[in-house]
Write a protein that binds this ligand. Structure first.
Ligand code: ADP
Ligand code: ZN
Length: 749
């Protein structure tokens, strides 16, 4: 029996249409419509033609014959989604309280959905006659028609070239091409151009270092787990222990077994380096996916994956949805990073999604880190055989030595500059030895605050509950939440006195002071402001690697993952900012950050020194980071977590209500609060460990007032609660407020 009915989801994000609609498959499309295919259907009273996705096929329907509309046409000839992705979308709907379309839209790039970018065609030309003959012709026309001669000369060398590229090489080439075509000397073809991201990437020779014993053991353990059903492993390797080499060996075997691989990295800035290493081994088998690709690149990479041309996908968070079939291994690099958690609806965790996909594909999920999250480490060590360790750096390279500098003593000695005496001395030494330096600063801009010396008034954003950051060139105060810029006035608004002091340190200020102290040094700054252009990360990394700068100054984005060979000194300008952030995991963040930054030093043949400036040298997180001793940190932190029932023992949930009107926000929060209370009275089997309803830590962002209800459950109860918590949110409707539910949030500002 042929399927004559297709159940489709329409591409409209609204609760009212978050269900399947039946359509008749017209005779000419019978057997040509498959699940996961995109089709055009007439929808609604006006029969507007819209895009839809086929979820199921059937030979029957409850819809009356005369009411059953017909599919208009197929959009592509192949299914845009596989069955396992459709199932994943269903699971995401339950877990993240989103609509099916919300999930589906994460899986099909918008440039494909909206047909915005057509595959670009380019005209290429090639020779018609044998090369020897063409050479003679060149001689004869050289004088009269130099452009034509030029085109022929090029084509002798390269066989085929796009006309646009010829024109770039020499103006007038396209006219010459037309003339040559007329003479019948060359022929042209229209070919679809595949847009590959990072075409400027340098592909080095594939050096295959001999694996050391620890690497071998890890590879063996992973390889023997391939094709044996779902399993999770934690690869815990200190910085510079050669984790990437382990990934590549595991992937090679995976591909040989006929399956595909997915590698996730926490930040887009880490993709170029990985691409160049992977490209040298896997060539064209790899595809790249992240949100900064152009619409066209995204579409082309996506199609290369769907059609099976690319077998290894590398990318940031959103790449977890890559349309790979038959996944044998998913690798999550730097698994502790919060960037794996999406901060917009649907608030998915790429690691959770990776786990769902791993289970569906019966593959290995390999979480990797030098400093795994406390949560992951706890869960993994509850099971045997899950943790693989690379305790040493490759080639017996020593771990960098870390010096803690007590900045209170610096002030006491009269040093009020950004740099401690020790950091300054070491910088001077490194510079004269021709070694490179990295300075880590946790803020971009010039300084963190603009404050009045007389009354203490601090410049704040009008739209947000935050202080402004001072930026140089041009001089202005910027809100890092809403990006609003303010003029820095000479006089304090409160007391009318003239002096403003620029407190705190940002990347700009560090760069400025470095250049004052070392006028001959060449600096390179990597932060949000300097990394706006496409490929900026790649260019900056290449610049630094080629030695075109002596000192790299940067924020978070340079802290992890990057493999620079000539860096002998790393300076952490201030280690304290993360330490006292009012979140349960602030110690963990501080420890991770320092360990990660320190890990950038001494990765080549040079030794590595790290100077960490702090006002809290006795804090246990800072001391453990100095010793780069994860286990010691973990042992102490896990005790504290247990005592407070923080994750992994407890699990947080947050309802966040935000909106323009403070009273509306409060009223809606009250509605949710009442429903929660009623639910708790009704079902006493699960008791929250904590319950709080109050304004959020940042009470206002972008002119939106924010109110939160935070609940803590014991970890084992959490999963039972997910569906009822979502139901309560969906029952409340508000025209004026935004309602969010965050389950196990990574931060709660
Ligand atoms: P990390 O563990 O910090 O991710 P990487 O994978 O970036 O470390 O490896 C650091 C460097 O060590 C890389 O340049 C890599 O090519 C090199 N490397 C990896 N394994 C070996 C090995 N067994 N012998 C020598 N060099 C190696
Ligand atoms: Zn603001």
């Amino acid at each position: 029996m042929n399927n004559t009915v297709a159940r489709v989801m329409v591409d409209i994000a609204h609760t009212n249409v978050d269900k399947m609609f039946d359509y008749r498959i017209p005779p000419q499309l019978i057997d040509k419509v498959a699940t996961g295919m995109r089709v055009f259907v007439p929808f609604g009273a006006g029969d507007k033609i819209i895009e839809a996705l086929v979820i199921e096929l059937s030979d029957e329907t409850m819809v009356h014959d005369y009411q059953l509309k017909e599919i208009q046409s197929r959009i592509d000839e192949y299914p845009a989604l596989r069955q396992d992705q459709i199932d994943l979308a269903k699971r995401m709907k339950e877990r993240y309280g989103c609509l099916m379309v919300d999930a589906i839209r994460l899986m099909i790039p918008s440039s494909i959905r909206r047909k915005a970018v057509e595959g670009k065609e380019v005209k290429t030309v090639s020779l018609v006659l044998p090369k020897q003959q063409v050479k003679e012709i060149i001689e004869s026309i050289k004088k009269k028609a130099p452009n034509q001669a030029f085109v022929l000369e090029i084509l002798i060398q390269v066989e085929k070239m796009a006309v646009v590229d010829l024109e770039k090489l020499r103006k007038g080439s396209s006219t010459a091409v037309r003339a040559l075509e007329k003479k019948g000397l060359i022929e042209s073809k229209n070919e679809r151009e595949i847009r590959r991201p990072y075409s400027s990437i340098v592909i080095n020779d594939d050096i295959r270092p001999q694996l050391n014993d620890d690497q071998k053991k890890a590879v063996d353990a992973i390889v023997s787990a391939l094709d044996r059903g779902f399993c999770q492993k934690l690869l815990m390797g200190v910085t510079g222990s050669g984790k990437t080499e382990v990934y590549m060996h595991a992937i090679e075997q995976c591909i040989e077994n006929g399956r595909n691989a997915l590698v996730l990295v926490p930040e887009i800035s880490l993709t170029p380096q990985l691409m160049s290493v992977f490209a040298s081994r896997f060539g064209d088998d790899i595809a790249l996916m992240h949100s900064k690709l152009s619409g066209g690149e995204r579409k082309d990479e996506w199609e290369r994956i769907v059609t099976g041309k690319a077998r290894v996908v590398i990318g940031a968070r959103s790449a977890v949805f890559a349309p790979l079939k038959n996944i044998g291994i998913i690798i999550v690099d730097e698994e502790q990073e919060t960037s794996y958690h999406s901060q917009k609806h649907p608030r998915y965790s790429a690691i959770e999604v990776a786990r769902m996909r791993s289970i569906a594909h019966e593959s290995v999920l390999l979480l990797c880190s030098a400093t795994p999250s406390i949560d992951t480490y706890y869960r993994m060590t509850q099971q045997v055989d899950e943790v693989l360790r690379l305790p040493k750096r490759v080639m017996d390279r020593p771990m960098p030595t870390v010096e803690l500098v007590d900045m209170r003593k610096e002030v006491y000695r009269g040093n009020r500059s950004i740099f401690s005496a020790s950091l300054y001395k070491r910088m001077k030494k490194s510079l004269s030895a021709g070694e490179q330096i990295i300075l880590f600063v946790n803020r971009r801009g010039h300084s963190t605050q603009v404050a009045c010396l007389h009354c203490g008034n601090v410049m704040r954003c009008d739209n947000c509950d935050v202080t402004l950051t001072y930026h140089d060139n041009p001089s202005r105060a910027v809100c890092h939440y809403c990006m609003q810029e303010y003029e820095v006035v000479e006089k304090c608004k409160e007391c009318g006195n003239e002096y403003f002091r620029y407190q705190g340190v940002g990347t700009q200020k560090v760069e400025k002071q470095v250049l004052e102290l070392f006028p001959d040094a060449k600096t390179l700054r990597m932060d949000f402001d300097t990394m706006q252009k496409k490929d900026a990360h790649l260019k900056a990394q290449q610049e630094f690697n080629q030695g075109n700068a002596d000192i790299l100054i940067g924020t978070q984005m340079i802290a992890k993952g990057l493999d620079f060979k000539n860096v002998a000194l790393v300076g952490v300008i201030s280690a304290d900012a993360t330490l006292f952030f009012p979140e349960y995991n602030s110690c963990e963040r501080a420890f991770q950050l320092i360990t990660q930054v320190a890990g950038r030093a001494g990765r080549g043949d040079t030794r590595g020194d790290v100077v960490v400036q702090t006002h809290n040298p006795d804090h246990f997180a800072i001391m453990c980071a100095k010793e780069q001793d994860y286990d010691k940190f973990y042992d102490q932190e896990i005790v504290a977590r247990k005592a407070c029932m923080y994750p992994p023992f407890g699990a947080f949930v947050r309802y966040l209500i935000s909106g323009r009107s403070q009273s509306d926000v409060k009223r809606i929060a009250g509605l949710i609060h009442n429903k929660l209370k009623a639910m708790m009275r009704q079902d006493q089997s699960v008791k929250p460990l904590m319950y709080r309803a109050a304004p959020a830590m940042m009470e206002k962002i972008k002119n939106n007032w924010r109110y939160e209800i935070v609940i803590k459950y014991s970890d084992k109860d959490m999963d039972k609660m997910v569906s009822v918590l979502w139901r309560i949110l969906h029952e409340v409707e508000s025209e004026t407020c935004r309602l969010d539910l965050e389950i196990r949030p990574v931060n709660m500002i």
